[in-house]
Design a protein around this ligand. Structure first.
Ligand SMILES: Nc1nc2c(c(=O)[nH]1)N[C@H]1C(S)=C(S)[C@@H](COP(=O)(O)O)O[C@H]1N2
Ligand SMILES: [Mo]
Length: 276
C-alpha cells in the first residue's frame, strides 16, 4: 500500500515539473507510467475499501492527463458534424465541463470488429424469460429518437446529439421484468460494463442507440449498438453493448470498480470515488 501511495506522489511530482520542462509530452508519459504501475499494484491489495479509495485517486489523476490531451485538441473527431460550442443558457453545461465541437473517441482496448450479421443482444438475470435477439429481431422493435448532450468525465461535453435506437423498456417488454429487480448491469465488448439503478435505465432519455445524427453509429463510437445515458457521465454509456442483466443488488461495472463514482451524475460532479 505504501508503494502505491509513493507511486501516486511521484506522479504528482513529475506533473508539477511539466510547466518548467521543455517536453510536456514526456512528462505526461512518465506520470502515466507511474499511475499505471500504481493501478497494477492495487490488484494485490486485500482491503476493499482502501483499494477503492486509492483507485479513485489514481482514476482522478489519469482523467486529468486525458483532459490535457483532449483540450490540446488531438481527439477532435473529423467525420461527424460539428456540435455547437456556444449556449445561450450557461446552466445547460454541467459544472467543470467545456464544450467540444468534435467527438472524441474514448475507450479501453481496441475497437471490436462486429458484423451486424452475427450480432445479438441478450436480456438476462431477473427477467421472466432469458431472451437473445438477433440484429434482425432488434430492428423489428419500435424505434425511439432522443436528442441529448453527452458529458465525459475527462471534461468535454458534446451538445445536441440525436440518437435513434431502442428504449430499454421496449426491449424488456420482450423478456419481462421479475419482481425484485432493482439494478441493471449493461455489458459491452470486449470486457466492459456499467451499472445503473433500474429506474435510471428506464428514464425516458435512455437508449440503446444504433444511429447518431441520422447516420449508422460509427464502430469507434460503439456501433452497431451502444447504451446512451445522458443523465450520467459517458462512461455509463456502454459501447458495443451485447447484454442487459437485471439484478436484485448493485454490482459495480468496469470503472465503478476502478475508482469512478458509482452514480456519476454530472450535475453533482460525481466523477470519482470519494466525490460527495
Ligand atoms: N465497451 C466500452 N464502452 C465504453 C468505454 C469502453 O472502454 N468500452 N468507455 C466509456 C467511456 S470512459 C467514455 S467517455 C465513452 C466515450 O464514448 P465516445 O468514444 O463515443 O465518445 O464511452 C464509454 N463506453
Ligand atoms: Mo470516459
Amino acid at each position: 500500500m505504501d508503494e502505491i501511495v509513493r507511486l501516486i506522489e511521484r506522479a504528482d511530482e513529475v506533473r508539477k515539473t511539466a510547466s518548467t520542462r521543455a517536453d510536456p509530452h514526456a512528462v505526461r508519459e512518465r506520470a502515466e507510467r507511474l499511475l499505471t504501475a500504481a493501478r497494477a499494484a492495487l490488484e494485490r491489495l486485500d482491503d476493499d475499501a482502501r483499494r477503492l479509495e486509492l483507485a479513485g485517486q489514481i482514476a482522478r489523476r489519469m482523467a486529468d492527463l486525458d483532459r490535457e490531451v483532449l483540450i490540446a485538441g488531438q481527439a477532435e473527431a473529423g467525420d461527424v458534424a460539428r456540435a455547437p460550442t456556444r449556449v445561450d443558457d450557461p446552466e445547460r453545461v454541467p459544472p467543470g465541463q467545456h464544450l467540444t465541437a468534435g467527438w472524441p473517441v474514448l475507450h479501453t482496448g481496441a475497437v471490436p470488429d462486429l458484423e451486424v450479421a452475427g450480432f445479438s443482444f441478450t436480456l438476462t438475470g431477473l427477467v421472466e424469460r432469458r431472451v437473445r435477439l438477433s440484429w434482425q429481431e432488434l430492428q423489428a422493435l419500435p424505434e425511439t429518437t432522443i436528442t441529448a448532450d453527452l458529458h465525459c468525465v475527462t471534461g468535454w461535453t458534446r451538445l445536441d446529439n440525436t440518437w435513434a435506437g431502442l428504449h430499454p423498456r421496449d426491449l424488456l417488454a420482450r423478456a419481462g421484468v421479475r419482481p425484485g429487480a432493482t439494478h441493471a448491469l449493461v455489458t459491452g465488448h470486449p470486457a466492459y460494463s456499467a451499472n445503473l439503478p433500474l429506474d435510471a435505465l428506464l428514464a425516458d432519455d435512455v437508449l440503446l442507440a444504433w444511429s447518431h445524427d441520422g447516420a449508422p453509429l460509427p464502430p469507434a463510437h460503439g456501433g452497431p449498438l451502444r447504451l446512451v445515458v445522458p443523465a450520467r457521465y459517458a462512461w455509463k454509456s456502454v459501447k458495443w453493448a451485447f447484454e442487459l442483466r437485471l439484478l436484485d443488488r448493485d454490482v459495480p461495472g468496469y470503472w465503478e470498480a476502478r475508482g469512478y463514482h458509482n452514480d456519476g451524475d454530472p450535475w453533482r460532479e460525481q466523477r470519482f470515488h470519494g466525490d460527495q
